[in-house]
Design a protein around this ligand. Structure first.
Ligand SMILES: Nc1ncnc2c1ncn2[C@@H]1O[C@H](COP(=O)(O)OP(=O)(O)OP(=O)(O)O)[C@@H](O)[C@H]1O
Ligand SMILES: [Mg+2]
Length: 413
Protein backbone atom coordinates (compact mmCIF):
# COMPACT_ATOMS: atom_id res chain seq x y z
CA UNK A 1 0.00 0.00 0.00
CA UNK A 2 2.71 2.53 0.95
CA UNK A 3 4.43 1.91 -2.37
CA UNK A 4 1.41 3.10 -4.32
CA UNK A 5 2.71 6.68 -4.12
CA UNK A 6 6.05 6.18 -5.92
CA UNK A 7 4.15 4.01 -8.42
CA UNK A 8 1.70 6.85 -9.02
CA UNK A 9 4.51 9.38 -9.47
CA UNK A 10 5.93 7.39 -12.37
CA UNK A 11 3.10 8.59 -14.54
CA UNK A 12 4.75 12.03 -14.51
CA UNK A 13 8.15 10.59 -15.40
CA UNK A 14 6.75 9.08 -18.58
CA UNK A 15 6.15 12.59 -19.85
CA UNK A 16 9.85 13.43 -19.39
CA UNK A 17 10.92 10.43 -21.45
CA UNK A 18 8.47 11.20 -24.24
CA UNK A 19 9.49 14.85 -24.45
CA UNK A 20 13.24 14.36 -24.43
CA UNK A 21 13.16 11.57 -27.01
CA UNK A 22 10.79 13.60 -29.19
CA UNK A 23 13.15 16.59 -29.10
CA UNK A 24 15.86 14.29 -30.42
CA UNK A 25 13.62 12.80 -33.11
CA UNK A 26 12.29 16.11 -34.38
CA UNK A 27 15.87 17.50 -34.58
CA UNK A 28 14.95 20.30 -32.15
CA UNK A 29 17.78 19.18 -29.93
CA UNK A 30 20.41 19.43 -32.70
CA UNK A 31 18.89 22.67 -33.93
CA UNK A 32 19.41 24.22 -30.52
CA UNK A 33 22.94 22.89 -30.47
CA UNK A 34 23.64 24.59 -33.80
CA UNK A 35 22.40 27.80 -32.21
CA UNK A 36 25.28 27.39 -29.73
CA UNK A 37 23.36 25.80 -26.84
CA UNK A 38 25.90 23.72 -24.93
CA UNK A 39 25.14 20.17 -23.88
CA UNK A 40 25.31 21.14 -20.20
CA UNK A 41 22.91 24.05 -20.63
CA UNK A 42 20.48 21.88 -22.57
CA UNK A 43 20.54 19.16 -19.91
CA UNK A 44 20.31 21.64 -17.05
CA UNK A 45 17.46 23.64 -18.58
CA UNK A 46 15.51 20.44 -19.23
CA UNK A 47 16.09 19.39 -15.62
CA UNK A 48 14.97 22.77 -14.25
CA UNK A 49 11.83 22.80 -16.43
CA UNK A 50 10.81 19.41 -15.12
CA UNK A 51 11.29 20.53 -11.51
CA UNK A 52 8.00 22.40 -11.59
CA UNK A 53 5.75 19.29 -11.58
CA UNK A 54 8.00 17.79 -8.86
CA UNK A 55 7.45 20.85 -6.67
CA UNK A 56 3.69 20.79 -7.27
CA UNK A 57 3.49 17.07 -6.43
CA UNK A 58 5.50 17.61 -3.22
CA UNK A 59 3.50 20.63 -2.06
CA UNK A 60 0.09 19.12 -2.86
CA UNK A 61 0.86 15.88 -1.07
CA UNK A 62 2.57 17.55 1.91
CA UNK A 63 -0.05 20.22 2.60
CA UNK A 64 -3.19 19.01 0.85
CA UNK A 65 -3.20 15.55 2.39
CA UNK A 66 -1.42 16.21 5.64
CA UNK A 67 -2.41 13.48 8.10
CA UNK A 68 -4.89 11.93 5.66
CA UNK A 69 -4.32 8.24 6.22
CA UNK A 70 -6.30 7.32 3.12
CA UNK A 71 -3.60 8.86 0.94
CA UNK A 72 -0.66 7.69 3.00
CA UNK A 73 -0.73 5.81 6.36
CA UNK A 74 1.79 8.13 8.01
CA UNK A 75 3.46 7.20 11.29
CA UNK A 76 1.98 9.74 13.79
CA UNK A 77 5.40 10.16 15.43
CA UNK A 78 7.00 11.45 12.23
CA UNK A 79 6.77 14.95 10.81
CA UNK A 80 4.08 14.68 8.17
CA UNK A 81 5.77 17.24 5.90
CA UNK A 82 8.55 14.68 5.40
CA UNK A 83 6.11 12.84 3.16
CA UNK A 84 5.84 15.78 0.75
CA UNK A 85 9.60 16.26 0.90
CA UNK A 86 10.16 12.59 0.02
CA UNK A 87 7.82 12.91 -2.96
CA UNK A 88 9.68 16.00 -4.11
CA UNK A 89 13.19 14.52 -3.74
CA UNK A 90 12.12 11.30 -5.45
CA UNK A 91 10.57 13.21 -8.34
CA UNK A 92 13.74 15.29 -8.70
CA UNK A 93 16.02 12.22 -8.70
CA UNK A 94 13.91 10.46 -11.29
CA UNK A 95 14.27 13.37 -13.78
CA UNK A 96 17.97 12.73 -14.61
CA UNK A 97 17.32 8.98 -14.29
CA UNK A 98 14.69 9.20 -17.06
CA UNK A 99 16.93 11.53 -19.06
CA UNK A 100 19.68 8.88 -18.93
CA UNK A 101 17.30 6.18 -20.13
CA UNK A 102 16.20 8.45 -22.98
CA UNK A 103 19.72 8.37 -24.45
CA UNK A 104 19.17 4.73 -25.41
CA UNK A 105 16.07 5.40 -27.52
CA UNK A 106 14.95 7.17 -30.65
CA UNK A 107 11.31 6.21 -30.15
CA UNK A 108 9.43 8.12 -27.43
CA UNK A 109 6.75 5.48 -26.84
CA UNK A 110 9.25 2.65 -26.41
CA UNK A 111 11.35 4.83 -24.11
CA UNK A 112 8.19 5.48 -22.08
CA UNK A 113 7.44 1.84 -21.60
CA UNK A 114 10.98 0.75 -20.80
CA UNK A 115 11.54 3.77 -18.52
CA UNK A 116 8.40 3.08 -16.51
CA UNK A 117 9.42 -0.54 -16.10
CA UNK A 118 12.90 0.46 -14.96
CA UNK A 119 11.38 2.77 -12.36
CA UNK A 120 8.71 0.31 -11.26
CA UNK A 121 10.52 -3.05 -11.21
CA UNK A 122 13.00 -2.09 -8.44
CA UNK A 123 9.96 -1.69 -6.20
CA UNK A 124 9.46 -5.45 -6.42
CA UNK A 125 13.02 -5.82 -5.18
CA UNK A 126 12.13 -3.74 -2.11
CA UNK A 127 9.01 -5.84 -1.47
CA UNK A 128 11.01 -9.04 -1.86
CA UNK A 129 13.84 -8.13 0.49
CA UNK A 130 11.65 -6.51 3.14
CA UNK A 131 9.41 -9.57 3.30
CA UNK A 132 12.15 -12.21 3.19
CA UNK A 133 12.10 -14.62 6.11
CA UNK A 134 14.34 -17.48 7.24
CA UNK A 135 13.23 -21.14 7.59
CA UNK A 136 11.55 -20.40 10.96
CA UNK A 137 9.57 -17.50 9.54
CA UNK A 138 11.68 -14.82 11.26
CA UNK A 139 12.71 -11.78 9.20
CA UNK A 140 16.21 -12.15 7.85
CA UNK A 141 18.68 -9.38 8.44
CA UNK A 142 20.96 -8.83 5.50
CA UNK A 143 20.43 -5.19 4.38
CA UNK A 144 20.96 -6.22 0.76
CA UNK A 145 19.15 -3.17 -0.56
CA UNK A 146 22.14 -0.97 0.25
CA UNK A 147 23.68 -2.39 -2.93
CA UNK A 148 20.86 -0.93 -4.98
CA UNK A 149 20.88 2.59 -3.59
CA UNK A 150 21.97 3.95 -6.97
CA UNK A 151 18.47 3.31 -8.33
CA UNK A 152 16.25 6.22 -7.16
CA UNK A 153 13.24 3.96 -6.61
CA UNK A 154 15.06 1.94 -3.92
CA UNK A 155 15.95 4.62 -1.34
CA UNK A 156 12.66 6.41 -2.01
CA UNK A 157 10.62 3.25 -1.45
CA UNK A 158 12.51 2.61 1.79
CA UNK A 159 11.81 6.18 2.93
CA UNK A 160 8.10 5.74 2.28
CA UNK A 161 8.08 2.47 4.23
CA UNK A 162 10.01 4.16 7.04
CA UNK A 163 7.54 7.03 7.21
CA UNK A 164 4.54 4.70 7.23
CA UNK A 165 2.55 3.65 10.26
CA UNK A 166 3.89 0.57 12.09
CA UNK A 167 1.11 -1.61 10.65
CA UNK A 168 2.59 -1.08 7.20
CA UNK A 169 6.19 -0.94 8.24
CA UNK A 170 7.94 -4.31 8.30
CA UNK A 171 10.48 -4.73 11.11
CA UNK A 172 13.17 -5.21 8.53
CA UNK A 173 13.15 -1.65 7.29
CA UNK A 174 14.68 -0.54 10.60
CA UNK A 175 17.98 -2.17 9.60
CA UNK A 176 18.37 0.58 6.98
CA UNK A 177 19.65 3.84 8.33
CA UNK A 178 17.11 6.58 7.62
CA UNK A 179 19.71 9.29 6.97
CA UNK A 180 21.47 7.07 4.44
CA UNK A 181 18.22 6.74 2.45
CA UNK A 182 17.77 10.49 2.22
CA UNK A 183 21.41 11.05 1.31
CA UNK A 184 21.25 8.31 -1.32
CA UNK A 185 18.09 9.77 -2.84
CA UNK A 186 19.57 13.28 -3.04
CA UNK A 187 22.85 11.82 -4.35
CA UNK A 188 20.94 10.01 -7.10
CA UNK A 189 20.02 13.36 -8.69
CA UNK A 190 23.69 14.30 -9.10
CA UNK A 191 24.83 10.80 -10.03
CA UNK A 192 22.24 10.37 -12.80
CA UNK A 193 22.76 13.90 -14.09
CA UNK A 194 26.45 13.04 -14.63
CA UNK A 195 25.52 9.69 -16.15
CA UNK A 196 23.10 11.42 -18.52
CA UNK A 197 25.74 13.87 -19.70
CA UNK A 198 28.18 11.06 -20.35
CA UNK A 199 25.73 8.73 -22.12
CA UNK A 200 24.30 11.56 -24.15
CA UNK A 201 27.77 12.47 -25.41
CA UNK A 202 28.84 8.96 -26.41
CA UNK A 203 25.72 7.03 -27.46
CA UNK A 204 25.04 7.31 -31.20
CA UNK A 205 21.66 8.67 -32.16
CA UNK A 206 20.14 9.39 -35.54
CA UNK A 207 21.34 13.00 -35.48
CA UNK A 208 24.43 14.63 -34.03
CA UNK A 209 28.05 13.56 -33.76
CA UNK A 210 29.07 11.41 -30.83
CA UNK A 211 32.22 11.74 -28.78
CA UNK A 212 34.76 9.02 -28.05
CA UNK A 213 33.91 7.08 -24.86
CA UNK A 214 37.15 8.30 -23.29
CA UNK A 215 36.54 11.91 -24.30
CA UNK A 216 36.74 13.08 -20.67
CA UNK A 217 40.39 12.00 -20.54
CA UNK A 218 41.39 13.71 -23.76
CA UNK A 219 42.97 17.13 -23.50
CA UNK A 220 41.09 20.06 -24.93
CA UNK A 221 44.16 21.23 -26.86
CA UNK A 222 42.49 20.26 -30.11
CA UNK A 223 40.92 23.70 -30.14
CA UNK A 224 43.62 24.58 -32.66
CA UNK A 225 42.17 24.36 -36.17
CA UNK A 226 42.89 21.16 -38.07
CA UNK A 227 43.98 21.91 -41.64
CA UNK A 228 43.98 19.62 -44.62
CA UNK A 229 47.43 18.29 -45.43
CA UNK A 230 49.35 19.64 -48.41
CA UNK A 231 49.07 16.16 -49.96
CA UNK A 232 45.31 16.43 -49.87
CA UNK A 233 45.46 19.82 -51.48
CA UNK A 234 47.92 18.87 -54.23
CA UNK A 235 45.93 15.80 -55.17
CA UNK A 236 42.90 17.96 -55.76
CA UNK A 237 44.35 21.15 -57.14
CA UNK A 238 41.49 21.71 -59.48
CA UNK A 239 38.84 21.87 -56.79
CA UNK A 240 40.72 23.12 -53.75
CA UNK A 241 42.20 26.44 -52.98
CA UNK A 242 44.25 26.47 -49.80
CA UNK A 243 42.84 29.71 -48.50
CA UNK A 244 39.18 28.76 -48.91
CA UNK A 245 37.30 28.65 -45.62
CA UNK A 246 35.03 25.73 -46.53
CA UNK A 247 36.53 22.57 -47.97
CA UNK A 248 34.89 19.23 -48.66
CA UNK A 249 37.27 16.31 -48.72
CA UNK A 250 35.66 13.17 -50.15
CA UNK A 251 32.63 13.61 -47.95
CA UNK A 252 30.42 10.53 -48.12
CA UNK A 253 27.19 9.45 -46.47
CA UNK A 254 25.68 6.01 -46.58
CA UNK A 255 22.32 5.02 -45.15
CA UNK A 256 22.78 1.27 -44.80
CA UNK A 257 23.84 0.12 -48.25
CA UNK A 258 22.47 3.18 -50.01
CA UNK A 259 25.00 5.92 -50.79
CA UNK A 260 23.25 9.30 -50.54
CA UNK A 261 26.39 11.44 -50.96
CA UNK A 262 29.57 10.14 -52.57
CA UNK A 263 33.11 11.57 -52.41
CA UNK A 264 32.05 15.21 -52.43
CA UNK A 265 35.11 17.30 -53.16
CA UNK A 266 35.27 21.07 -53.63
CA UNK A 267 35.87 24.29 -51.74
CA UNK A 268 33.91 27.50 -51.25
CA UNK A 269 35.50 30.96 -51.26
CA UNK A 270 35.10 33.66 -48.61
CA UNK A 271 32.24 36.03 -49.39
CA UNK A 272 30.82 33.70 -52.01
CA UNK A 273 27.13 32.90 -52.38
CA UNK A 274 27.33 29.24 -53.24
CA UNK A 275 24.30 27.46 -54.64
CA UNK A 276 23.79 23.76 -54.51
CA UNK A 277 21.47 22.40 -57.21
CA UNK A 278 20.21 18.87 -57.69
CA UNK A 279 17.05 16.87 -58.25
CA UNK A 280 14.93 15.66 -55.36
CA UNK A 281 16.90 13.11 -53.42
CA UNK A 282 20.24 14.23 -54.89
CA UNK A 283 21.71 14.56 -51.39
CA UNK A 284 21.66 18.34 -50.81
CA UNK A 285 20.04 18.22 -47.37
CA UNK A 286 22.21 15.27 -46.35
CA UNK A 287 25.32 17.27 -47.30
CA UNK A 288 24.10 20.25 -45.29
CA UNK A 289 23.39 18.02 -42.30
CA UNK A 290 26.93 16.65 -42.48
CA UNK A 291 28.45 20.09 -42.86
CA UNK A 292 26.61 21.35 -39.79
CA UNK A 293 27.35 18.33 -37.60
CA UNK A 294 23.75 17.09 -37.52
CA UNK A 295 24.65 13.88 -39.30
CA UNK A 296 27.89 11.96 -38.97
CA UNK A 297 29.72 11.45 -42.27
CA UNK A 298 30.32 7.80 -43.22
CA UNK A 299 33.69 8.71 -44.78
CA UNK A 300 35.72 11.79 -45.68
CA UNK A 301 35.63 15.11 -43.88
CA UNK A 302 34.85 18.77 -44.39
CA UNK A 303 36.55 21.78 -42.87
CA UNK A 304 34.87 25.03 -41.97
CA UNK A 305 37.28 27.86 -41.14
CA UNK A 306 39.86 25.20 -40.38
CA UNK A 307 37.69 23.11 -38.06
CA UNK A 308 36.93 19.52 -38.96
CA UNK A 309 33.25 18.57 -38.88
CA UNK A 310 34.18 15.08 -37.77
CA UNK A 311 36.28 16.15 -34.84
CA UNK A 312 35.19 19.66 -33.93
CA UNK A 313 31.55 19.97 -34.91
CA UNK A 314 30.87 22.09 -31.83
CA UNK A 315 33.40 24.68 -33.03
CA UNK A 316 31.99 24.67 -36.54
CA UNK A 317 28.55 25.31 -35.06
CA UNK A 318 29.74 28.36 -33.12
CA UNK A 319 29.66 30.60 -36.17
CA UNK A 320 26.87 29.11 -38.13
CA UNK A 321 23.32 30.12 -39.06
CA UNK A 322 21.16 27.32 -40.44
CA UNK A 323 17.71 27.46 -42.00
CA UNK A 324 16.59 23.87 -42.40
CA UNK A 325 14.42 22.52 -45.18
CA UNK A 326 11.64 21.81 -42.69
CA UNK A 327 10.80 24.41 -40.07
CA UNK A 328 11.76 23.37 -36.57
CA UNK A 329 9.98 25.76 -34.25
CA UNK A 330 8.48 25.80 -30.77
CA UNK A 331 4.71 25.80 -31.24
CA UNK A 332 4.02 28.00 -28.25
CA UNK A 333 6.64 30.69 -28.73
CA UNK A 334 5.93 33.85 -30.72
CA UNK A 335 7.97 35.09 -33.67
CA UNK A 336 9.68 37.64 -31.44
CA UNK A 337 10.38 35.09 -28.70
CA UNK A 338 12.03 32.73 -31.18
CA UNK A 339 14.38 35.47 -32.31
CA UNK A 340 15.08 36.55 -28.72
CA UNK A 341 15.89 32.94 -27.88
CA UNK A 342 18.43 32.77 -30.72
CA UNK A 343 19.98 36.08 -29.55
CA UNK A 344 20.28 34.68 -26.05
CA UNK A 345 21.85 31.43 -27.25
CA UNK A 346 24.29 33.35 -29.42
CA UNK A 347 25.29 35.57 -26.51
CA UNK A 348 24.24 38.80 -28.19
CA UNK A 349 24.65 41.79 -25.88
CA UNK A 350 21.25 42.23 -24.12
CA UNK A 351 21.37 45.95 -24.96
CA UNK A 352 21.34 45.09 -28.69
CA UNK A 353 18.77 42.30 -28.63
CA UNK A 354 15.72 44.48 -29.28
CA UNK A 355 17.31 46.19 -32.29
CA UNK A 356 18.70 42.88 -33.66
CA UNK A 357 15.29 41.19 -33.42
CA UNK A 358 13.57 44.19 -35.00
CA UNK A 359 15.98 44.24 -37.95
CA UNK A 360 15.67 40.48 -38.52
CA UNK A 361 11.86 40.74 -38.58
CA UNK A 362 12.05 43.65 -41.03
CA UNK A 363 14.32 41.71 -43.40
CA UNK A 364 11.83 38.85 -43.67
CA UNK A 365 8.71 41.05 -43.57
CA UNK A 366 7.39 39.57 -40.34
CA UNK A 367 7.20 42.72 -38.19
CA UNK A 368 3.42 42.82 -38.12
CA UNK A 369 3.25 39.18 -37.03
CA UNK A 370 5.80 39.50 -34.24
CA UNK A 371 3.34 38.49 -31.50
CA UNK A 372 1.86 35.48 -33.27
CA UNK A 373 2.64 32.03 -31.90
CA UNK A 374 4.54 29.90 -34.39
CA UNK A 375 1.61 27.47 -34.61
CA UNK A 376 -0.57 30.38 -35.80
CA UNK A 377 1.75 31.23 -38.70
CA UNK A 378 1.15 30.22 -42.30
CA UNK A 379 3.65 27.90 -44.02
CA UNK A 380 5.38 30.81 -45.77
CA UNK A 381 5.58 32.83 -42.54
CA UNK A 382 7.18 29.88 -40.77
CA UNK A 383 9.77 29.72 -43.54
CA UNK A 384 10.49 33.42 -43.08
CA UNK A 385 10.90 32.94 -39.33
CA UNK A 386 13.36 30.07 -39.88
CA UNK A 387 15.26 32.31 -42.28
CA UNK A 388 15.35 35.16 -39.78
CA UNK A 389 16.65 32.78 -37.10
CA UNK A 390 19.51 31.77 -39.40
CA UNK A 391 20.67 35.31 -40.06
CA UNK A 392 20.33 36.74 -36.56
CA UNK A 393 23.70 37.73 -35.08
CA UNK A 394 25.46 37.85 -38.49
CA UNK A 395 27.12 34.41 -38.38
CA UNK A 396 30.18 33.92 -40.61
CA UNK A 397 28.54 31.07 -42.48
CA UNK A 398 24.84 31.02 -43.34
CA UNK A 399 23.36 27.85 -44.79
CA UNK A 400 19.86 27.98 -46.22
CA UNK A 401 18.14 24.77 -47.33
CA UNK A 402 15.39 25.73 -49.77
CA UNK A 403 14.67 29.00 -47.95
CA UNK A 404 12.22 30.29 -50.54
CA UNK A 405 9.98 27.24 -50.88
CA UNK A 406 6.42 28.31 -50.13
CA UNK A 407 7.20 32.04 -50.24
CA UNK A 408 5.27 34.53 -52.35
CA UNK A 409 7.06 36.43 -55.14
CA UNK A 410 7.62 39.60 -53.12
CA UNK A 411 9.12 37.72 -50.16
CA UNK A 412 11.47 35.75 -52.42
CA UNK A 413 13.15 38.97 -53.47
N1 LIG B 1 17.58 9.01 -42.64
C1 LIG B 1 17.64 8.48 -43.87
N2 LIG B 1 17.62 7.14 -44.02
C2 LIG B 1 17.70 6.58 -45.25
N3 LIG B 1 17.80 7.28 -46.40
C3 LIG B 1 17.81 8.60 -46.30
C4 LIG B 1 17.73 9.29 -45.03
N4 LIG B 1 17.79 10.63 -45.26
C5 LIG B 1 17.89 10.76 -46.60
N5 LIG B 1 17.91 9.58 -47.22
C6 LIG B 1 18.03 9.35 -48.67
O1 LIG B 1 19.17 10.06 -49.12
C7 LIG B 1 18.93 10.65 -50.38
C8 LIG B 1 19.23 12.14 -50.31
O2 LIG B 1 18.25 12.77 -49.52
P1 LIG B 1 18.30 14.35 -49.29
O3 LIG B 1 17.23 14.66 -48.32
O4 LIG B 1 19.67 14.74 -48.95
O5 LIG B 1 17.92 14.88 -50.73
P2 LIG B 1 17.76 16.38 -51.24
O6 LIG B 1 18.73 16.60 -52.34
O7 LIG B 1 17.80 17.33 -50.10
O8 LIG B 1 16.30 16.32 -51.85
P3 LIG B 1 15.12 17.42 -51.86
O9 LIG B 1 15.38 18.32 -53.03
O10 LIG B 1 13.89 16.61 -52.10
O11 LIG B 1 15.11 18.13 -50.56
C9 LIG B 1 17.46 10.34 -50.72
O12 LIG B 1 17.44 9.25 -51.64
C10 LIG B 1 16.84 9.93 -49.42
O13 LIG B 1 15.85 8.96 -49.62
MG1 LIG C 1 16.50 18.59 -49.25
Amino acid sequence: MVLVIPGFLQIGQRFILQQIVDEKRTKMRETLRIMSLSQFNYAFSFFVTQLFPAIVAGVVLAFGFQGDTKVFPMDPNKNSYLFGLAVFVYSVASIPFCMSISTLFNDGRLANQVGSMLLFLPMLLVLYYLNQTDADGNPTNNATLYWFYWIPTIPSALIFVHLAHNDYNPMKVSQYNETSMWLALVGNSFLWFMIYRYLDAIIPSEFGIQKHWLFCLKSSKKLAPVELTRDDLEKNENVFSEGDPIKFNKLTKKFGKFTAVKDLQFSIREGEVFTFLGHNGAGKTTTIYMLTGMLKASAGDAHVYGFSINKEADLVQKNLGLCQQFDILYENLTVKEHLELVCELKNIDPANVEQTVKEAMQVVLLTEHSHKLSKELSGGMKRKLSLAMAIVGNPKLIILDEPTSGLDVESRK
